[in-house]
Design a protein around this ligand. Sequence first.
Ligand code: SF4
Ligand code: FES
Length: 373
Amino acid sequence: MSEEVKTFKVTIDNITIDVAPGTTILNAARQIGGDVTPPAMCYYSKLQGSGGKCRTCLVEVAAGSTADPRPMPKLVASCRTTVMDGMVVKNITSEKVTDARNGVVEFLLLNHPLDCPICDQAGECHLQDLGYEHGKEGTRYKFARRTFKREDIGPYIQLHMTRCILCYRCTYVAAQITDKRMHGVVDRGDHAAISTYISKAIDNDFSGNMIDVCPVGALTDKTFRFKNRVWFTKPVDAHRNCENPKCCGKATLWLRGDEVFRVTARKDEWGEVQSFDGKTGWICNTCRFDKKKTSDWTIEGPTTISRHSVISLNKYETLEMPKETVKEVMHGQEPKLLMDIHNVSGVNKPGVDLSKLQRPAVSTDFNNGTKGS
Ligand code: SF4
Ligand code: FES
């Protein structure tokens, strides 16, 4: 007899779901989907050890478990807290969480410049989305913002440290996906910064994936910088037979007409790189930076953009015609009959078909025409 799989019941914002033991609150919420899922600026399910840095995913645990239903005294980071059987969690239903998240966003924006109009990440920036939802008009911060010089991280990537929120995702990419990690967070506290040691260039085959995981515009693609706004480009799914065995060869091409402006990995609804056959879909630098012609790729079709961000605008996969309501409200009358002068108005003489006249209609064509003629 097969062993019964034990699952834990967790209720998030009044929705109850069964999940496997060891699942974090954030991943349980992702299984429900939609608004109950907390935002995550540093957690990235495909990068081991990520999470616990940004505090955007804070939630309130109103009951710890069935065995111990006491609430947790403080808000907890949902990406780092695993569920217990009978746990009750509040995210959007908690005023405390909304208040704390407003504070976290204000804190993230202490140093982050509001340069969205010139930032390449605009339109697909998670911090921009959070700013709209939780941002305040002003800041209480009295000190000057940290500023840094722009730094080239290898031939393809530029680092704007002023925009970095120190989520550490890029360092995990460097440590876990590229062959040799050459950059990391140097210094601590207010001086902490992402940098390459002694400005060593990163030219590893998979370094471009750091751009994809960066939630803000701190790491940008030098081949795309300032060339276009993402919402003017049309994303399509495409693949090629890449010779690099570690590269999945499946990407999103961002087109304008036939021109490929940039190539990125394919993202899921959480803004993370998708998985294919259980393997994470990282792409190599050759696919990302060198294959910039549509003829290099087999195009599969338009990318489905599920994020609510501005990049989803004007990306129609199928055209849905609006519902025809005229017949309904006109008691079954077809729209064209509304314009049929013969049936509706009856002003012309029965033997005269006005629409077939090869001349302008004159008074004698109408029923009362004789009177005035
Ligand atoms: S550069 Fe981007 S990915 Fe790297 S730590 Fe900063 S915000 Fe995170
Ligand atoms: S996503 Fe949980 S702390 Fe950043």
